[in-house]
Design a protein around this ligand. Structure first.
Ligand SMILES: [Zn+2]
Length: 259
């Protein structure tokens, strides 16, 4: 599932493939991915526009142009690909942006209305986001968590608190910080919050470089799909369960539950 590092990868793809180039045409194969805009309007408003430097905010990608901005969200399975015109079409290419001799393809197996258009959409989406997780300073991080109710996992995957973290990143960060996902925010000591912030920065920096949360052997993420997953730190069995509405993975030995 695309989280901050994946979207950062899509931002790089968009910059390399489209920045400074004109959108010649927009072909909407499936309007089910459009949010609040018709296929016809998307095409009409973007045709001839030149793509500017793209921006990422949390899990959102902002494709600025010299006309309206297009917002992309990638839901559970989405992606943005740079293709040549001769590349064979893919059944999940929902919208194709013709950019000079290339194509930017918004591909999504599901259809979760991930494409928005215009300044009002940008303002609405950004107003619902907390500060971006990448480069978030410690003082601000502490401030964001102070006084919060509920569990730490729920808090850090809530996009209105911190933008960009999802299921994989939060599990990885909590495992590194040796904090059980169901620990209460209010019960965390200042040293634990500091650890959480440090590990968030480390995991994000490595993941952004990789363009995904890398499934390395030394990472929790590298073992979450194993049939009998074991902790790469203590070799104990990992546990899987629902926390904050998501199926998470943690090590009961490294991440004790008691506050
Ligand atoms: Zn462990």
């Amino acid at each position: 599932m695309p989280e901050l590092p994946d979207v950062e990868g899509f931002r790089r793809t968009l910059a390399a493939c489209g920045q400074g180039r004109r959108i010649r045409d927009v072909r909407v194969a499936d309007a089910g991915v459009l949010h609040g805009v018709s296929g016809r309007q998307l095409q009409r408003d973007l045709e001839g526009c030149r793509l500017a430097e793209p921006e990422r905010y949390g899990k959102w990608l902002l494709a600025h142009t010299d006309g309206p901005t297009v917002l992309f969200h990638f839901g559970m399975t989405g992606g943005l690909l740079c293709c040549s015109r001769t590349d064979p079409p893919h059944p999940h290419d929902r919208v194709v942006f013709e950019v000079d001799d290339r194509q930017l393809r918004y591909r999504d197996q599901r259809k979760l209305q991930g494409i928005w258009l215009g300044d009002d959409a940008v303002a609405k989406v950004l107003s619902e986001q907390g500060p971006d997780a990448l480069g978030l300073g410690r003082a601000e991080f502490v401030q964001l968590l102070s006084g919060r109710r509920g569990t730490i996992k729920a808090a850090i995957i809530d996009q209105s608190v911190i933008a960009g973290l999802g299921n994989l990143l939060s599990d990885e960060i909590l495992w590194r910080a040796e904090l059980h996902p169901r620990r209460r925010v209010a019960g965390l000591g200042s040293e634990e919050v500091r650890r959480l912030h440090t590990e968030m920065g480390r995991v994000l920096r490595s993941s952004v470089r990789a363009g995904c949360v890398p499934p390395r052997a030394s990472w929790l993420t590298g073992h979450r799909d194993d049939p009998d997953p074991r902790c790469p730190r203590c070799d104990g069995p990992l546990r899987r369960g629902r926390t904050a509405g998501r199926t998470g993975v943690w090590c009961p030995r490294c991440q004790p539950e008691g506050d």
